[in-house]
Design a protein around this ligand. Sequence first.
Ligand code: ACO
Length: 384
Amino acid sequence: MNEEENKDSEINRGLEGVIAAETRVGYVKGDDGKLFYRGYEITTLADQSNYEEVSYLLLYGHLPKRNELEAYSKRLRNESDLPEELFSFIRSVGAKTHPMSALRTALSYLSSFDENESVNDPEDQERIGISLIAKMPTLVGAIHRTYSGKEIIRPDKNLGYASNFFYMATGARPDPVESKIMDTSLIVHADHGMNASTFSALVTVSTMADMYSAITSAIATLKGPLHGGANERALKMIKSMGKPENVEKELKRMTENGERVMGFGHRVYKVYDPRAKILKRYAEYFAERSGNENFKTAEMIEELMINKYGERGIFPNVDFYSGMIYEALGFKPEIFTPIFATGRISGWVARTIEYSRNNRLFRPKAEYVGERGPLKYIPIQDRE
Ligand code: ACO
Protein backbone atom coordinates (compact mmCIF):
# COMPACT_ATOMS: atom_id res chain seq x y z
CA MET A 1 0.00 0.00 0.00
CA ASN A 2 1.21 3.51 -0.77
CA GLU A 3 2.36 5.59 2.16
CA GLU A 4 -0.21 8.31 1.48
CA GLU A 5 -3.20 6.00 1.26
CA ASN A 6 -4.81 6.38 4.66
CA LYS A 7 -8.42 6.26 3.56
CA ASP A 8 -9.50 3.86 6.29
CA SER A 9 -7.18 5.11 9.02
CA GLU A 10 -7.72 7.96 11.41
CA ILE A 11 -4.84 10.24 12.32
CA ASN A 12 -3.94 9.79 15.98
CA ARG A 13 -1.65 12.73 16.62
CA GLY A 14 0.82 11.78 19.32
CA LEU A 15 -0.52 8.19 18.94
CA GLU A 16 -3.10 9.13 21.57
CA GLY A 17 -5.36 6.18 22.38
CA VAL A 18 -3.44 3.78 20.11
CA ILE A 19 -2.59 0.42 21.67
CA ALA A 20 0.83 -0.42 20.25
CA ALA A 21 1.87 -3.46 22.32
CA GLU A 22 0.83 -5.92 25.01
CA THR A 23 2.56 -5.78 28.39
CA ARG A 24 2.50 -7.47 31.76
CA VAL A 25 4.93 -5.02 33.39
CA GLY A 26 2.52 -2.43 34.73
CA TYR A 27 -0.46 -0.22 34.04
CA VAL A 28 -1.96 3.13 34.87
CA LYS A 29 -5.61 3.40 35.86
CA GLY A 30 -5.83 7.04 34.92
CA ASP A 31 -9.48 7.66 35.83
CA ASP A 32 -8.98 6.36 39.37
CA GLY A 33 -5.49 7.82 39.91
CA LYS A 34 -3.90 4.41 40.42
CA LEU A 35 -0.62 2.95 39.22
CA PHE A 36 0.35 -0.73 39.33
CA TYR A 37 3.66 -2.54 38.85
CA ARG A 38 3.00 -6.21 38.01
CA GLY A 39 -0.34 -5.92 39.84
CA TYR A 40 1.05 -4.26 43.01
CA GLU A 41 -0.25 -0.78 43.77
CA ILE A 42 2.36 1.98 43.86
CA THR A 43 1.23 3.21 47.30
CA THR A 44 1.87 -0.26 48.77
CA LEU A 45 5.29 -0.57 47.13
CA ALA A 46 6.28 2.96 48.18
CA ASP A 47 5.38 2.20 51.81
CA GLN A 48 6.65 -1.36 52.13
CA SER A 49 9.22 -2.19 49.48
CA ASN A 50 12.63 -0.92 48.36
CA TYR A 51 14.06 -0.07 44.95
CA GLU A 52 16.08 -3.28 44.47
CA GLU A 53 12.96 -5.35 45.14
CA VAL A 54 10.82 -3.20 42.82
CA SER A 55 13.45 -3.44 40.10
CA TYR A 56 13.48 -7.24 40.43
CA LEU A 57 9.67 -7.29 40.38
CA LEU A 58 9.53 -5.28 37.15
CA LEU A 59 12.16 -7.45 35.46
CA TYR A 60 11.06 -10.90 36.58
CA GLY A 61 7.34 -10.48 37.28
CA HIS A 62 7.25 -11.59 40.93
CA LEU A 63 8.45 -10.32 44.31
CA PRO A 64 11.81 -11.96 45.03
CA LYS A 65 12.32 -14.53 47.78
CA ARG A 66 15.01 -13.56 50.28
CA ASN A 67 17.81 -15.45 48.46
CA GLU A 68 16.72 -14.04 45.08
CA LEU A 69 16.76 -10.49 46.43
CA GLU A 70 20.17 -10.98 48.05
CA ALA A 71 21.62 -12.33 44.79
CA TYR A 72 20.08 -9.50 42.74
CA SER A 73 21.24 -6.76 45.16
CA LYS A 74 24.73 -8.28 45.25
CA ARG A 75 24.84 -8.29 41.45
CA LEU A 76 23.80 -4.62 41.36
CA ARG A 77 26.49 -3.72 43.90
CA ASN A 78 29.18 -5.72 42.07
CA GLU A 79 28.40 -4.09 38.75
CA SER A 80 28.02 -0.55 40.04
CA ASP A 81 31.53 0.75 39.30
CA LEU A 82 32.48 2.37 35.96
CA PRO A 83 35.55 2.12 33.71
CA GLU A 84 38.09 4.87 34.51
CA GLU A 85 37.57 6.32 31.00
CA LEU A 86 33.93 7.07 31.87
CA PHE A 87 34.95 9.06 34.95
CA SER A 88 37.48 10.98 32.80
CA PHE A 89 34.79 11.69 30.22
CA ILE A 90 32.40 12.94 32.93
CA ARG A 91 35.16 15.14 34.38
CA SER A 92 35.79 16.61 30.93
CA VAL A 93 32.17 17.55 30.15
CA GLY A 94 30.46 17.51 33.53
CA ALA A 95 30.96 21.11 34.62
CA LYS A 96 29.55 22.77 31.49
CA THR A 97 27.13 20.30 29.90
CA HIS A 98 23.54 19.88 31.06
CA PRO A 99 23.51 16.72 33.23
CA MET A 100 20.87 15.05 31.01
CA SER A 101 23.08 15.53 27.95
CA ALA A 102 26.12 14.28 29.87
CA LEU A 103 24.11 11.24 31.04
CA ARG A 104 22.86 10.44 27.53
CA THR A 105 26.39 10.52 26.09
CA ALA A 106 28.03 8.74 29.04
CA LEU A 107 25.56 5.87 28.96
CA SER A 108 26.04 5.50 25.23
CA TYR A 109 29.84 5.55 25.74
CA LEU A 110 29.55 2.56 28.09
CA SER A 111 28.77 0.38 25.09
CA SER A 112 32.34 0.73 23.83
CA PHE A 113 33.56 -1.25 26.86
CA ASP A 114 31.31 -4.20 26.01
CA GLU A 115 32.75 -6.70 23.57
CA ASN A 116 29.34 -8.26 22.90
CA GLU A 117 27.43 -5.01 22.60
CA SER A 118 25.75 -5.79 19.29
CA VAL A 119 24.37 -9.17 20.35
CA ASN A 120 20.66 -8.83 20.89
CA ASP A 121 19.45 -12.10 22.35
CA PRO A 122 17.37 -12.07 25.55
CA GLU A 123 20.31 -13.17 27.70
CA ASP A 124 22.46 -10.33 26.46
CA GLN A 125 19.68 -7.84 26.91
CA GLU A 126 19.22 -8.95 30.51
CA ARG A 127 22.98 -8.89 31.16
CA ILE A 128 23.36 -5.37 29.73
CA GLY A 129 20.10 -4.16 31.28
CA ILE A 130 21.10 -5.19 34.81
CA SER A 131 24.56 -3.75 34.33
CA LEU A 132 23.00 -0.41 33.29
CA ILE A 133 20.58 -0.44 36.24
CA ALA A 134 23.62 -1.02 38.49
CA LYS A 135 25.70 1.75 36.90
CA MET A 136 23.04 4.44 36.62
CA PRO A 137 23.44 5.82 40.20
CA THR A 138 27.22 5.92 39.73
CA LEU A 139 26.88 7.80 36.43
CA VAL A 140 24.35 10.29 37.79
CA GLY A 141 26.24 10.65 41.09
CA ALA A 142 29.50 11.42 39.22
CA ILE A 143 27.75 13.86 36.88
CA HIS A 144 26.20 15.67 39.86
CA ARG A 145 29.54 15.91 41.65
CA THR A 146 31.35 17.27 38.59
CA TYR A 147 28.52 19.66 37.74
CA SER A 148 28.78 20.99 41.33
CA GLY A 149 32.58 21.39 41.02
CA LYS A 150 33.29 18.51 43.41
CA GLU A 151 35.39 15.33 43.33
CA ILE A 152 33.73 12.16 42.06
CA ILE A 153 32.91 9.53 44.71
CA ARG A 154 33.06 5.81 43.81
CA PRO A 155 30.34 3.41 44.99
CA ASP A 156 30.40 2.10 48.57
CA LYS A 157 29.50 -1.55 48.16
CA ASN A 158 28.15 -1.74 51.72
CA LEU A 159 25.26 0.60 50.93
CA GLY A 160 21.91 -0.24 49.32
CA TYR A 161 20.98 1.16 45.90
CA ALA A 162 19.22 4.37 46.99
CA SER A 163 21.63 5.15 49.86
CA ASN A 164 24.63 4.58 47.62
CA PHE A 165 23.14 6.90 45.01
CA PHE A 166 22.61 9.59 47.65
CA TYR A 167 26.15 9.09 48.95
CA MET A 168 27.81 9.27 45.51
CA ALA A 169 25.78 12.35 44.54
CA THR A 170 25.98 14.38 47.75
CA GLY A 171 29.07 13.06 49.53
CA ALA A 172 27.09 12.31 52.72
CA ARG A 173 25.70 9.03 53.97
CA PRO A 174 21.92 9.45 54.32
CA ASP A 175 20.13 9.21 57.65
CA PRO A 176 17.28 6.65 57.73
CA VAL A 177 14.65 9.24 56.73
CA GLU A 178 16.72 10.56 53.82
CA SER A 179 17.41 7.00 52.72
CA LYS A 180 13.68 6.13 52.77
CA ILE A 181 12.78 9.28 50.83
CA MET A 182 15.47 8.64 48.20
CA ASP A 183 14.30 5.05 47.88
CA THR A 184 10.64 6.07 47.55
CA SER A 185 11.49 8.70 44.92
CA LEU A 186 13.18 6.03 42.80
CA ILE A 187 10.30 3.57 43.32
CA VAL A 188 7.58 6.00 42.21
CA HIS A 189 9.52 6.77 39.00
CA ALA A 190 10.35 3.15 38.13
CA ASP A 191 7.64 2.51 35.53
CA HIS A 192 4.68 4.28 33.98
CA GLY A 193 2.90 2.64 31.08
CA MET A 194 3.71 3.51 27.49
CA ASN A 195 5.17 6.93 28.27
CA ALA A 196 7.28 8.75 25.66
CA SER A 197 10.72 7.60 26.87
CA THR A 198 9.61 3.98 27.25
CA PHE A 199 8.09 4.09 23.79
CA SER A 200 11.37 5.47 22.43
CA ALA A 201 13.26 2.54 23.95
CA LEU A 202 10.78 0.12 22.36
CA VAL A 203 11.00 1.77 18.94
CA THR A 204 14.79 1.47 19.08
CA VAL A 205 14.84 -2.16 20.20
CA SER A 206 12.17 -3.06 17.64
CA THR A 207 14.86 -2.55 14.95
CA MET A 208 16.86 -5.20 16.86
CA ALA A 209 19.29 -2.58 18.09
CA ASP A 210 20.98 -3.37 21.42
CA MET A 211 20.04 -2.41 24.97
CA TYR A 212 22.59 0.46 25.16
CA SER A 213 20.92 2.07 22.15
CA ALA A 214 17.41 1.57 23.59
CA ILE A 215 18.30 3.19 26.93
CA THR A 216 20.19 6.03 25.21
CA SER A 217 17.03 6.79 23.18
CA ALA A 218 14.94 6.70 26.33
CA ILE A 219 17.22 9.16 28.15
CA ALA A 220 17.19 11.51 25.16
CA THR A 221 13.39 11.46 25.14
CA LEU A 222 13.03 11.93 28.88
CA LYS A 223 15.00 15.17 28.65
CA GLY A 224 12.18 17.27 27.16
CA PRO A 225 10.12 19.66 29.30
CA LEU A 226 6.83 17.95 28.43
CA HIS A 227 8.19 14.72 29.96
CA GLY A 228 10.95 14.37 32.59
CA GLY A 229 12.30 17.89 32.15
CA ALA A 230 9.23 19.37 33.87
CA ASN A 231 10.50 18.76 37.44
CA GLU A 232 13.43 21.17 37.09
CA ARG A 233 11.19 23.83 35.60
CA ALA A 234 8.42 23.32 38.18
CA LEU A 235 10.75 24.19 41.07
CA LYS A 236 12.12 27.22 39.19
CA MET A 237 8.55 28.40 38.66
CA ILE A 238 7.60 27.91 42.34
CA LYS A 239 10.68 29.85 43.43
CA SER A 240 10.15 32.62 40.92
CA MET A 241 6.64 33.13 42.26
CA GLY A 242 8.16 33.57 45.75
CA LYS A 243 5.38 34.05 48.28
CA PRO A 244 1.94 32.39 48.21
CA GLU A 245 0.28 35.81 47.82
CA ASN A 246 2.01 36.28 44.39
CA VAL A 247 0.62 33.07 42.96
CA GLU A 248 -2.80 34.19 41.77
CA LYS A 249 -1.46 37.12 39.76
CA GLU A 250 1.34 35.06 38.21
CA LEU A 251 -0.97 32.17 37.25
CA LYS A 252 -3.32 34.68 35.62
CA ARG A 253 -0.42 36.09 33.60
CA MET A 254 0.70 32.61 32.55
CA THR A 255 -2.81 31.61 31.53
CA GLU A 256 -3.27 34.80 29.51
CA ASN A 257 0.04 34.14 27.71
CA GLY A 258 -0.93 30.51 27.04
CA GLU A 259 2.03 29.28 29.13
CA ARG A 260 1.87 25.77 30.61
CA VAL A 261 2.15 25.37 34.35
CA MET A 262 4.98 22.88 34.79
CA GLY A 263 4.21 19.88 36.96
CA PHE A 264 0.49 19.93 36.08
CA GLY A 265 -1.60 17.89 33.68
CA HIS A 266 -1.10 14.42 32.30
CA ARG A 267 -2.04 12.50 29.18
CA VAL A 268 -3.40 9.58 31.24
CA TYR A 269 -4.32 10.87 34.70
CA LYS A 270 -7.33 13.11 34.77
CA VAL A 271 -7.37 13.01 38.58
CA TYR A 272 -4.60 13.48 41.16
CA ASP A 273 -1.44 11.58 40.16
CA PRO A 274 -0.85 9.00 42.96
CA ARG A 275 2.90 9.58 42.75
CA ALA A 276 2.45 13.30 43.39
CA LYS A 277 0.36 12.42 46.47
CA ILE A 278 3.17 10.23 47.83
CA LEU A 279 5.87 12.82 47.15
CA LYS A 280 3.83 15.72 48.51
CA ARG A 281 4.00 14.12 51.98
CA TYR A 282 7.79 14.22 51.88
CA ALA A 283 7.93 17.75 50.48
CA GLU A 284 5.81 18.82 53.45
CA TYR A 285 8.12 16.97 55.85
CA PHE A 286 11.16 18.88 54.52
CA ALA A 287 9.28 22.19 54.53
CA GLU A 288 8.42 21.72 58.21
CA ARG A 289 12.02 20.77 58.97
CA SER A 290 13.53 23.79 57.22
CA GLY A 291 10.77 26.40 57.49
CA ASN A 292 11.12 26.92 53.73
CA GLU A 293 8.19 28.82 52.15
CA ASN A 294 8.33 27.02 48.77
CA PHE A 295 5.91 24.34 49.94
CA LYS A 296 3.25 26.91 50.89
CA THR A 297 3.66 28.59 47.50
CA ALA A 298 3.35 25.19 45.80
CA GLU A 299 0.20 24.37 47.77
CA MET A 300 -1.31 27.67 46.69
CA ILE A 301 -0.50 26.92 43.03
CA GLU A 302 -2.11 23.49 43.47
CA GLU A 303 -5.23 24.92 45.09
CA LEU A 304 -5.76 27.56 42.39
CA MET A 305 -4.97 25.16 39.52
CA ILE A 306 -7.41 22.55 40.86
CA ASN A 307 -10.12 25.18 41.42
CA LYS A 308 -9.62 26.52 37.93
CA TYR A 309 -8.86 23.37 35.95
CA GLY A 310 -9.69 20.42 38.23
CA GLU A 311 -12.94 19.75 36.41
CA ARG A 312 -10.96 19.43 33.19
CA GLY A 313 -8.55 17.04 34.84
CA ILE A 314 -5.47 19.19 35.31
CA PHE A 315 -3.93 18.13 38.63
CA PRO A 316 -0.34 18.04 39.93
CA ASN A 317 1.74 15.29 38.34
CA VAL A 318 4.83 13.49 39.67
CA ASP A 319 7.08 16.37 38.60
CA PHE A 320 5.45 19.04 40.75
CA TYR A 321 6.67 18.10 44.25
CA SER A 322 9.71 15.97 43.36
CA GLY A 323 12.02 18.95 42.77
CA MET A 324 11.38 20.35 46.24
CA ILE A 325 12.35 17.01 47.75
CA TYR A 326 15.50 16.65 45.66
CA GLU A 327 16.60 20.17 46.55
CA ALA A 328 16.07 19.46 50.25
CA LEU A 329 18.16 16.30 49.84
CA GLY A 330 21.03 18.40 48.42
CA PHE A 331 20.63 17.98 44.65
CA LYS A 332 21.02 20.76 42.07
CA PRO A 333 17.94 21.41 39.85
CA GLU A 334 19.71 20.27 36.67
CA ILE A 335 20.09 16.79 38.18
CA PHE A 336 16.36 16.31 38.87
CA THR A 337 15.66 14.68 35.50
CA PRO A 338 18.69 12.35 35.76
CA ILE A 339 17.27 11.24 39.15
CA PHE A 340 14.00 10.47 37.34
CA ALA A 341 16.04 8.43 34.81
CA THR A 342 17.75 6.53 37.64
CA GLY A 343 14.35 5.36 38.87
CA ARG A 344 12.86 4.78 35.42
CA ILE A 345 15.70 2.63 34.10
CA SER A 346 14.19 -0.55 35.61
CA GLY A 347 10.93 0.03 33.74
CA TRP A 348 12.79 0.79 30.51
CA VAL A 349 14.84 -2.40 30.78
CA ALA A 350 11.88 -4.60 31.80
CA ARG A 351 9.69 -3.37 28.94
CA THR A 352 12.49 -3.49 26.37
CA ILE A 353 13.20 -7.17 27.19
CA GLU A 354 9.47 -7.96 27.20
CA TYR A 355 8.86 -6.25 23.86
CA SER A 356 11.76 -7.83 22.05
CA ARG A 357 10.60 -11.31 23.07
CA ASN A 358 7.57 -10.69 20.88
CA ASN A 359 9.15 -8.17 18.54
CA ARG A 360 7.45 -6.31 15.72
CA LEU A 361 9.22 -3.42 14.00
CA PHE A 362 7.45 -0.11 14.76
CA ARG A 363 6.50 1.53 11.49
CA PRO A 364 3.42 3.81 11.63
CA LYS A 365 2.40 5.95 8.69
CA ALA A 366 2.06 9.69 8.17
CA GLU A 367 -0.75 11.40 6.29
CA TYR A 368 0.90 13.15 3.34
CA VAL A 369 -0.47 16.70 3.09
CA GLY A 370 2.29 18.20 0.91
CA GLU A 371 2.55 18.95 -2.78
CA ARG A 372 1.56 15.99 -4.94
CA GLY A 373 3.91 15.55 -7.87
CA PRO A 374 5.42 14.95 -10.13
CA LEU A 375 6.80 18.52 -10.27
CA LYS A 376 9.10 19.59 -13.09
CA TYR A 377 12.77 19.69 -11.92
CA ILE A 378 14.29 23.15 -12.59
CA PRO A 379 18.11 23.34 -12.78
CA ILE A 380 19.63 25.60 -10.08
CA GLN A 381 20.71 28.34 -12.54
CA ASP A 382 17.12 28.72 -13.78
CA ARG A 383 15.41 28.99 -10.39
CA GLU A 384 13.98 32.41 -9.50
N1 ACO B 1 -0.84 24.11 32.27
C1 ACO B 1 -1.85 24.78 31.65
N2 ACO B 1 -2.74 24.18 30.82
C2 ACO B 1 -2.60 22.87 30.62
C3 ACO B 1 -1.58 22.12 31.23
C4 ACO B 1 -0.68 22.79 32.08
N3 ACO B 1 0.32 22.16 32.70
N4 ACO B 1 -1.68 20.84 30.85
C5 ACO B 1 -2.72 20.78 30.01
N5 ACO B 1 -3.26 22.00 29.88
C6 ACO B 1 -4.42 22.34 29.06
C7 ACO B 1 -4.00 22.61 27.63
O1 ACO B 1 -3.64 23.93 27.42
C8 ACO B 1 -5.23 22.19 26.86
O2 ACO B 1 -6.16 23.24 26.91
P1 ACO B 1 -7.16 23.52 25.68
O3 ACO B 1 -8.00 22.28 25.57
O4 ACO B 1 -7.91 24.74 26.13
O5 ACO B 1 -6.28 23.73 24.49
C9 ACO B 1 -5.78 21.03 27.69
O6 ACO B 1 -5.31 21.24 29.01
C10 ACO B 1 -5.33 19.69 27.20
O7 ACO B 1 -3.93 19.76 26.99
P2 ACO B 1 -3.13 18.69 26.16
O8 ACO B 1 -1.75 19.17 25.91
O9 ACO B 1 -3.92 18.23 24.98
O10 ACO B 1 -3.15 17.52 27.17
P3 ACO B 1 -2.19 16.33 27.19
O11 ACO B 1 -2.92 15.29 27.90
O12 ACO B 1 -1.62 15.97 25.89
O13 ACO B 1 -0.99 16.97 28.05
C11 ACO B 1 1.04 17.21 29.11
C12 ACO B 1 -0.14 16.29 28.81
C13 ACO B 1 1.90 17.38 27.87
C14 ACO B 1 1.86 16.55 30.21
C15 ACO B 1 0.52 18.60 29.57
O14 ACO B 1 -0.34 18.44 30.66
C16 ACO B 1 1.66 19.56 29.91
O15 ACO B 1 2.20 20.22 29.02
N6 ACO B 1 2.03 19.69 31.23
C17 ACO B 1 3.11 20.52 31.64
C18 ACO B 1 4.44 19.78 31.52
C19 ACO B 1 4.55 18.67 32.55
O16 ACO B 1 4.27 18.85 33.71
N7 ACO B 1 5.04 17.51 32.08
C20 ACO B 1 5.23 16.34 32.93
C21 ACO B 1 4.22 15.28 32.63
S1 ACO B 1 4.37 13.91 33.71
C22 ACO B 1 5.72 13.13 33.13
O17 ACO B 1 6.09 13.11 31.99
C23 ACO B 1 6.52 12.44 34.11
